[in-house]
Design a protein around this ligand. Structure first.
Ligand code: OAK
Length: 799
């Protein structure tokens, strides 16, 4: 490792650099600088430090002619970068001191940075963790995505109802990016295809430019930096002069507004597909720009297109970039003259595809007419891919079927390897969504269980615990997380347990102080913090949690002198704006919170708190402060989960079902350190087939019957009996996600949690065993798996 790549900078030099940027980049005098000015100056000073390691990485890749990974993703949920970069560069203390010397508070400046919310949830955050690990492992890689002008919407509650407003992170300058006006590609849509001398020629109807913006992603200890290249859509011609001269200003601006629309907003859907023309254009826009960029780089390095797979590994993050397959075939065949069969084989040899959901509504399908209108040449190429696949396998599985283009089938057939994201999920992928394709191509589906970066999700966000770990087992765990196992023998030491408890308590105080300042909400750090943070979806069953909360409230009211364990139930998460049931669940949680929190009988024992606008930065506060992690999805529905990993790593045991990566977490941390309940995936399937199962489950549970009666009679809705009629009807008549069937088991498991928590020593053992057992869930381990089993890449620094 060329250690000299690590920038050496002390507080004085950093202070000088910040001051210079304030003056020359921001044009501000220290006396009149705002927090924004200081934040930008600090970011630019730190960005300067990233450039040398970034150049060194590019140089080494080039010199070694190393194979590169290209990670294509519609979403990169990266959050804030200042602390992340400071930690990776090892300059956090210097930055703190420098700002203090300049009369500024480091924490206030850090908090001024808007979250880069270019993602919805799990899939987007996983992509961000992967970028961190790729750089940490010094694997040459590019992340490719869209530079959305508006990231994920901001959430407010008005009388408990979710209201969405546009997010505006780019209304300020983005400190970390480098604009690349020289890197542009034309992207075409529509038109028609003609044949001449056996060659297909696409005559597009409209075109835009994809223009690159690069953000360096620095790895642990600044050994390596990769690039996140985001594409912005721009018009080919800035405006239509002819219309302008006629005085038709609207028409004059049309090319610009048409183009800009493509990269304007992130679709706010999590696992459901809107089926919008614009969405298809977004997908093609960034996939086509990325593939053109890949080929340009390959050719500029003097490689032959036939050797593509020796130099290039392209990973499709779910089906959103699946059109990259046919686009690659189009470029190889139509533009570079490769025979079609060879073009298909060459493309496939470098494509991998990750599936992130089993929900049928999330499997993208496009109406064939729409698809053929927007991408006429790709429509034809997909037919040829389908023919080649039929010839190869003898299977009659179709990509274009019943008037729809099925992107899951396309991605599968065009990829050499398909992976699921947890052991259970991968088995279910083989048995359900891709059962037929698994038979046609046996062995093509493999598992790569997700992971999380321990740099952001422990070392940075949880300093008290990080320090204790370092004090106990030494440094080095940050990029070798399995070392956490070394904590196990210390768990028997009462002194260690006391320190572990103290670390948790200080994180709880930090969260309590933040809630007080931001929302004027008071919570007691001595109470158990019970946390459910994730997108709001029926399958994730926030509804189960809030129904149990009501039942607990009832029990406390019935036996006010019982031995209760004080709890704060914390929720965080957004619902897709068009998802009425999820929004109704949010409303119910807020209504229940208003009722319970104002009840003097239970105020000291039970509280419900739902801070608005959950995002990555809020997660960084909530996760270290959590005592109990709610992972209660209907078994068979959560592909993996990664919040489950973050919480357990931070010493927050799970109450959960056998779903997604919960199964593997439970194995790693030990069954006795996990609160299991609920039906298994197989039992779920069987139960669903029983007629009237939910009505029966309700009748058999007096607690649940009472809770639903209270909701129906308007106890939580100011006597409005209609407000939750939709939820109640769903529970009685349908309950696809089996909330009713798992209710009693969940309630019982929660009481076991209460009992364990009352014994502080026992609880600390549980919590510490979670931290000690989570070493396997580093995204470094996951990326090593992809590198060895899918991409076949190594670091040029590996000796
Ligand atoms: C989003 C849109 C379409 C398809 C899947 C998603 C998504 O976010 N899936 C989530 O991916 C995470 C990363 O693999 C998993 O941990 C979650 O379980 C899964 O819901």
């Amino acid at each position: 490792m060329p250690r000299d790549a690590i920038p050496q900078i002390d507080a004085a030099a950093l202070k000088a650099s910040i001051s210079t940027h304030l003056k020359t980049s921001l044009g501000k005098d220290a006396a009149h600088a705002s927090t924004y000015d200081w934040r930008m100056s600090l970011s630019l000073a730190m960005r300067d430090l990233v450039v040398d390691p970034w150049f060194a990485a590019t140089r080494d890749t080039y010199e070694a002619k190393a194979k590169r990974v290209y990670y294509l993703s519609m979403e990169f949920l990266i959050g804030r970068l200042i602390e992340d970069v400071a930690i990776n560069l090892g300059v956090e203390e210097a930055a703190r001191t420098a700002l203090t010397d300049l009369g500024q508070d480091y924490q206030r400046v850090v908090a001024n940075e808007p979250d880069a919310a270019l993602g919805n949830g799990g899939l987007g955050r996983l992509a961000a963790c992967f970028l961190d690990s790729l750089s940490t492992l010094a694997i040459p890689a590019y992340g490719y995505g869209i530079r959305y002008e508006h990231g994920l919407f901001e959430q407010r509650f008005e009388n408990g109802v979710q209201i969405e407003t546009a997010e505006t992170w780019l209304s300020q300058r983005h400190a970390w990016e480098f604009e690349r006006p020289e890197v542009t590609y034309p992207i075409h849509f529509g038109g028609y295809v003609s044949e001449s001398e056996g060659k297909a020629v696409w005559h597009p109807g409209e075109s835009v430019l994809a223009s690159a913006y690069d953000t360096p992603i620095i790895g642990w200890q600044a050994q390596w930096a990769n690039t996140l290249r985001l594409w912005a859509a721009k018009p080919l011609t800035l405006f239509d002069l002819e219309s302008f001269n006629r005085g038709d200003y609207l028409a004059a601006n049309a090319p610009e507004s048409l183009a800009r629309t493509i990269s304007r907003v992130l679709y706010p859907d999590d696992t459901t597909d809107e089926g919008k023309e614009l969405r298809l254009k977004q997908e093609y826009f960034f996939s086509a720009a990325s593939v053109q960029d890949v080929l340009r780089r390959l050719l500029s390095e003097g490689h032959a297109l036939d050797d593509l797979a020796d130099h290039v590994a392209i990973q499709l993050n779910d089906t959103h970039p699946a059109i990259a397959g046919p686009e690659l075939v189009r470029l190889l065949a139509d533009i570079h003259g490769m025979p079609m069969d060879r073009a298909i084989a060459t493309a496939r040899a470098c494509l991998g595809f990750t599936n992130h959901t089993l929900l049928p509504e999330a499997l993208e399908r496009w109406p064939e007419g729409l698809f053929a209108r927007i991408l006429p040449r790709h429509h034809r190429i997909i037919e040829l891919i389908q023919d080649a696949h039929a010839k190869e396998t003898g299977s009659d599985i179709r990509i274009i079927d019943h008037g729809e283009v099925k992107m899951g089938e396309l991605a599968f057939i065009m990829a050499h390897t398909i992976n699921g994201v947890s052991a259970l999920h991968t088995e279910l992928v083989k048995e359900t969504v891709f059962a037929d394709l698994n038979t046609a191509y046996p062995g093509r589906i493999i598992n790569q269980t997700n992971g999380i970066t321990p740099r952001r999700w422990l070392y940075t966000c949880n300093k008290p615990l990080g320090d204790l770990i370092t004090e106990t087992i030494g440094d080095g765990w940050q990029d070798d997380l399995e070392r956490l196992g070394g904590l196990r023998p210390h768990i028997d030491d009462a002194g260690f347990r006391a320190q572990f408890r103290a670390a948790k308590l200080s994180n709880k105080h930090r969260l309590a102080a933040w809630l007080k300042t931001r929302d004027d909400v008071t919570i007691d750090p001595e109470a158990m913090f019970d946390v459910q943070i994730k997108r709001v979806h029926e399958y994730k069953r926030q509804l189960l949690n809030i129904l149990e909360t009501i039942a607990l409230w009832n029990d406390i009211c019935d036996s006010p002198n019982g031995d209760w364990t004080p709890r704060v139930k914390l929720f965080g998460g957004k619902a897709a704006p068009g998802y009425a049931m999820a929004k109704s669940i949010i409303h119910l949680i807020n209504d229940v919170a208003a009722t319970i929190n104002s009840d003097p009988r239970t105020r000291d024992l039970l509280q419900v708190v739902y801070p608005e606008n959950y995002n990555v930065s809020m997660a960084e506060l909530l996760i270290p402060a959590s005592d109990l992690s709610e992972q209660i999805s209907t078994a068979g529905k959560e592909a993996s989960g990664t919040g489950n990993m973050k919480l357990s790593l931070n010493g927050s045991p799970t109450i959960g079902t056998l779903d997604g990566a919960n199964v593997e977490i439970r194995e790693q941390v030990g069954h006795e350190n996990f609160f299991l309940f609920g039906l298994t995936a197989q039992e779920v399937e069987a139960r669903r087939r029983e007629h009237g199962f939910s009505r029966r489950a309700i009748e058999e549970s007096p607690r649940l019957t009472r809770v639903l009666g209270q909701i129906a009679s308007g106890v939580f809705s100011q006597s409005d009996r209609e407000r939750y009629a939709g939820i109640l009807h769903m529970l009685y008549e349908q309950d696809f996600f089996l909330v009713t069937c798992d209710f009693d088991a969940y309630f019982t498991a929660q009481r076991a949690v209460d009992q364990a928590y009352r014994n502080a020593d026992r609880w600390t053992r549980l919590a510490a065993n979670n931290t000690a057992g989570m070493g396997w869930f580093s995204s470094d381990r996951t990326i090593r798996g992809y590198a060895n089993e899918i991409w076949k890449v190594a670091s040029p620094r590996a000796t």
